[in-house]
Design a protein around this ligand. Structure first.
Ligand code: FAQ
Length: 331
């Protein structure tokens, strides 16, 4: 059905200009676009790409934290972490469902992920080496995710916007549980504080990279802003994240690993040092510390879950056949 693959919005279009202009007027009037509405092919493809990649990120994002469920330091921490990781699984499912409303199946999206064609967030290609990494992920990774996702609650595509409302509520709890872990460690023994600082040092820059390339290198940014899929640019959201995170680090007595970080009175924002974009693109292209393991884990889960998918489908078909037989008998 999708001979060109799902990834990459087709920007060239044969759709007539009157149709595109009328669609843009709906967007500019802040109308929500719903699944059965006519929409430009590029809009549909951009959403499939972004929502699909977002869904994959939630599911792959279960792996780094899943690594610590059996080693959580207390029952309370374990229960909270289990709930958080389950939430991420749920977010993935809402998002796959939102993408399915655009005429793509979950199988197709998963195949693109496993074939290395569909991306997922760069952040999940880093290892979780200590318990403090679980705090750093909640605080920084969920914190960055919220900063990016709150504006997505106002995305022009109805099903994506509505899915984001619940996702953001849950991410807010995730961010707090992570920050509380970091606060506890930072106020603990010198060794515990050192663990927290080390985790912050390793997760800070990759968290800034989550927002995507600089606006000047953001291939889809301008069009997605015009279509009101994105409400802020990558750099705007990154700056908001830095501005809100600096006081949080100061409050718990940890130091952000950036000697150039400084409040700029004139701009009313923090200035920060350069991001290592070579590292970002290396990780995005599959060369990060954990890319291979992450995709292998997804492949294994997909293969080993085949019987569950087949059984669920067979059960649904049997129920449907039984319902139809009962209906015929009643007529
Ligand atoms: N990693 O032109 P742009 C979470 C790609 S959820 C990998 O600027 P766009 C919850 C981009 O896809 C985290 N690739 O693209 C959680 C494009 O390549 P393509 C995920 C990246 O779409 C917490 C190319 O670079 N959140 O964390 C990244 O306009 C804890 C050019 O980029 C979402 O997905 C990256 N970081 O803007 C779960 C939010 N950045 O597709 C578990 C929704 C860019 O042409 C534990 N997505 N690329 O092959 C978005 O808001 C946007 O898609 C952006 C990128 C902002 C990510």
């Amino acid at each position: 059905m999708y001979s060109q693959g799902l990834i990459g919005a087709k920007t060239e279009t044969t759709e007539d200009e009157a149709f595109l202009a009328a669609f843009q007027r709906r967007i500019d009037a802040e109308e929500k676009i719903e699944p059965n509405d006519p929409m430009p092919e590029g809009y549909r493809r951009t959403l499939i790409r972004q929502i699909g990649q977002h869904a994959h990120s939630e599911i792959v994002g279960m792996l780094p934290e899943g690594n610590w469920i059996t080693r959580a330091p207390s029952l309370r921490r374990k229960a909270a972490l289990l709930a958080k990781v389950q939430d991420e699984g749920g977010h993935g499912l809402y998002l796959y469902s939102a993408a399915e409303t655009l005429g793509v199946s979950r199988e197709q999206m998963t195949e693109e992920l496993l074939a290395g064609k569909a991306k997922y967030s760069s952040i999940f290609n880093y290892p979780t080496l200590t318990w403090a990494d679980i705090g750093a992920i909640g605080w920084l990774v969920d914190g960055a995710a919220i900063m990016n996702q709150i504006p997505l609650c106002r995305c022009s595509y109805g099903p994506y916007a509505r899915a984001m409302i619940r996702v953001c509520k849950e991410e807010s709890f995730h961010q707090r549980q992570g920050y509380e872990i970091m606060m506890t460690l930072a106020n603990g023994t010198p060794e515990q504080k050192e663990l927290a600082q080390d985790a912050l040092n390793r997760w800070w820059w990759p968290s800034l990279m989550m927002f995507g390339p600089h606006d000047s290198d953001s291939q889809h940014g301008d069009q997605s802003m015009r279509w009101k899929i994105k409400r802020f640019t990558n750099d705007e959201l990154r700056q908001q994240f830095v501005d809100s995170t600096v006081p949080q680090a100061e409050f718990i007595g940890l130091t952000l690993p950036d000697p150039e970080l400084k409040w700029n009175e004139e701009r009313g924002h923090y200035d920060f040092g350069p991001i290592d974009w070579d590292e970002f693109w290396r990780v995005v292209k599959g060369g990060g510390p954990m890319n291979k393991e992450r995709l292998e884990a997804r492949q294994k889960a997909w293969d080993e879950g085949a019987w569950v998918r087949e059984a669920a489908l067979a059960h649904a078909e049997k129920r449907k056949a039984r319902r139809e037989a009962a209906k015929m008998a009643a007529e």
